[in-house]
Design a protein around this ligand. Sequence first.
Ligand code: DX5
Ligand code: ZN
Length: 219
Amino acid sequence: MIAASVLSADFAQMGAEARSALEAGADLLHFDVMDGHFVENLTMGSSMCRSLRRTLPEAFFDVHLMVTDPAKFVDSFAEAGANHITFHVEAVPDPIALAVTIHSAGMTAGLAINPPTGVSRLMDFVEHVDLVLVMSVNPGFAGQDFMPAVLQKAQEIRPLLRADQRLEIDGGINAQRAPAARDAGCDILVAASAIFNAADYAAAITTLRSPGGILTGRR
Ligand code: DX5
Ligand code: ZN
């Protein structure tokens, strides 16, 4: 699946941008929520979800919290119409408790891991979440270069997951990188700049899905 991160959309046209990405074939809308503290950037809050939910009642809203205290925001995102919340293992002392809180609020829960953090950090928590998100850049900004070393981590995490759990990868995903991410076992690819900086969103999404990426035809 392809998750279109609205971080690279034109914020002045957000409703139209989100709709265009979905019509172009994106399966999920990905919301990068940054607090200027856990990461060096400030982006959006639950009001972005609330407004888009009014105009896109059926879309799946995949919220990625890059904040120091994710528990504080669960209720407001649930009320705003989020379907899913991913939080960072680096941010939370008790990931199991937070996953329970997210589930109780009617959403699915994901656990994200930053590039420098080892897979062992996730081990005790994986069975309690619906998704693991492997960061392939240090979070904070769209448009950064993919870090190939994290593919190894994805390969290690995949066998830990049940068939009903998803493995998402986020950061620097483009046509060149998508095939390797899929080969490493990732089943949701997040892309911001590769979609919203493209002239043709549908063509960009089709390329992300195609077996050889830009090398279509070679395999
Ligand atoms: C990175 C965010 C990503 C980001 C991806 O901090 O979590 O979701 O928007 O942007 P691209 O696809 O441009 O690397
Ligand atoms: Zn993200």
